[in-house]
Design a protein around this ligand. Structure first.
Ligand code: DQQ
Length: 552
């Protein structure tokens, strides 16, 4: 089948079906973490304790939209795959959090004791930082939490508006035995990582200068600050210090999670980014170039790795969410480590998720002619894991990269899956209807810049649904390839309305949400396409149906 006929609409007049009956299960993921009902947002305080992984998260116990009252929900797992949903861990009860328990983090203090710092919205609607500890440390499920009677520990500093001060990080202890913690906020139009220090974890003193700040970024939410090893994929505990470490500072603002890699001078309490800091520019580093916000990482002491979770919000309307009775998903937990170049982080779904793989199909050495497509069959097409690698063309074949292209998201809206060049676009069409009037394209365009490949990775949702009233923004990222790279790989985890894609072994991640109309008919297709003017070779392709997780 030729691509021109499938990537273009067949010209049929299609009625918008926004007014159709939204079903409760519509688009509901089968292997992403979320409880059966209601709204969720930020992951909070992930921790590994006595054989159990814990994830807390922002949750509305009363409905499926964000609410005046938000609590800490609590799910536990032995394998990061199957989850049990426990009672809410923190709910508003006291003057210091009576209007909500907002985001925060867990720190393991000496003696293997987990403690939580979280933001309370107090009885004056101020954002204050509170402490909570487990009632029973011999309970690996940490079911009950006790709020410290001396809360709040920290109130908004002078000059900071009471609603611009929140989301404490995991604390870290310096060589001097002093604890440090960062709180996000806004002051004088600067997004700020406020730094506090404490000898006892209870009395916290504001350091004169922030750890770091950004200009014109808006408020910094959910900061995260942690060391990474320069020569290993193993994770590093937050209080580690020594040689061969770099530091990551992440801040959530303007709907994205931006990060910088740099060094940390603990004497001066300064973070110094290697490159540009966190400015919100389209060229800043981001964990994910799609939907992924308010993320939080933790050190997994069992497997000695750092794991990252992000909140993936919905792309349908709140009216739909009310009908569905649920909204929001936690990402698949990702292992995160520094790339060989030291210039960026690499993210990859935790290995454990592979145990959900069921029926497997594989192809190798398959060639895709210019403007051609082939269907991947034999797997559950709405719930699968796919990994494929494409042979990179010779450098002469690639189009020249224009240095004026500084925003990959904008570029993906013009260099779409239908715009043919010499090397690309090629990639996947997922959550596609049989007639291809609905499809989400995840694909690459290959360029050359001074004899080096620069790949544009796109996730194009513009044709994901015939329905109106859905967010169909197209996302994009640039990937600078190394000279020795011969292939470019793509992995996508497709789980009904969620598509988490990883380009070039996790150098760029794009997460998308899609609500096609055909979901109601359950007739979903997956294709690999090449719409370039040159042929492309698929080195390997492996795809697996994914099983549903327990308690999801
Ligand atoms: N969500 C929480 C805040 C945080 C925001 C409230 C980020 O603590 O700043 O649910 O999504």
């Amino acid at each position: 089948m030729y691509l021109s006929c499938v990537l273009h609409s067949k010209g049929k007049h299609v009625h918008d079906t926004s007014d159709r009956i939204v079903k409760k299960q519509q688009g509901k993921p089968s292997f992403h973490l979320r409880p059966p009902h209601n709204w969720l947002n930020d992951p909070n305080g992930p921790v590994y304790y006595k054989g159990v992984y814990h994830l807390f998260y922002q949750y509305n116990p009363y409905g499926s939209v964000f609410n005046k009252t938000i609590v800490w929900a609590h799910s536990v797992s032995r394998d990061l795959v199957n989850w049990i949903h426990l009672n809410n861990a923190l709910v508003p009860t006291a003057p210091f959090d009576i209007n909500s328990c907002w985001s925060g983090s867990t720190t393991i203090i000496p003696g293997n004791k987990p403690v939580v710092l979280y933001t309370g919205i107090d009885n004056k609607n101020q954002q204050v930082q509170n402490l909570a500890t487990p009632r029973n440390l011999s309970d690996p499920f940490l079911k009950e939490w006790v709020k410290y009677s001396g809360n709040p520990l920290i109130t908004p500093p002078k000059g900071v508006k009471p609603d611009n001060f929140r989301d404490p990080t995991t604390a870290w202890k310096g060589r001097d035995g002093i604890w440090r913690v960062v709180v996000g906020g806004l002051i004088n139009n600067l997004g700020v990582a406020f730094l506090y220090r404490s000898k006892d974890f209870v009395h916290w003193i504001l350091h004169d200068d922030p750890l770091y700040f950004g200009i014109n970024t808006g408020i910094w939410e959910c900061p995260d600050f942690y060391p990474v090893s320069v020569n290993s994929r193993l994770g590093v505990e937050n209080s580690a210090n020594g040689k061969n470490l770099k530091y990551v500072l992440k801040a959530s603002f303007e709907a994205h999670d931006y990060y910088a890699i740099g060094s940390y001078d603990s004497a001066k309490e300064k973070f110094m980014p290697d490159n540009k800091g966190l400015s919100g520019s389209s060229l800043d580093l981001r964990y994910d170039y799609g939907k992924f916000y308010a993320s939080k990482s933790f050190y997994d002491s069992l497997k000695k790795r750092r794991i990252l979770w992000g909140w993936i919000n919905e792309s349908d309307s709140s009216v739909d969410d009310i009908k569905k009775g649920w909204a929001g998903i936690q990402s698949i937990p990702r292992q995160v480590y520094l790339s060989n170049t030291g210039r960026q982080l690499i993210q990859w779904p935790v290995k454990e998720i592979e145990k959900l793989r069921a029926k497997h199909v594989t192809y190798s050495g398959k060639k895709l002619k210019p403007k051609s497509i082939f269907e991947v069959t034999g797997i559950t097409t709405s719930q699968f894991d796919i990994e494929l690698s494409f042979k990179l063309p010779s450098i002469e074949e690639a189009e020249v990269f224009d240095p004026k292209w500084d925003d990959p998201q904008v570029l993906c809206s013009t260099k779409t899956a239908r715009v043919s060049s010499r090397a690309g676009p090629f990639g996947l069409l997922v959550m596609a209807s049989q007639d291809l009037t609905e499809q989400t394209a995840v694909f690459f365009h290959v360029f050359k810049d001074n004899q080096q490949f620069v790949v544009l990775m796109c996730s194009d949702q513009s044709r994901s649904s015939l329905r109106q009233g859905i967010d169909k923004t197209t996302y994009g990222a640039f990937i600078r390839m190394d000279n020795e790279d011969e292939v470019i790989s793509l992995k996508s985890l497709v789980d009904h309305s969620v598509i988490e894609s990883f380009g070039a072994e996790g150098r760029a991640c794009i997460t998308a949400r899609v609500y096609p109309r055909f979901l109601e008919k359950k007739d979903t297709h997956v294709y690999v396409f090449n719409n370039g003017s040159g042929g492309i070779a698929i080195e390997t392709l492996d795809a697996w149906s994914m099983k549903k997780t327990k308690n999801n």
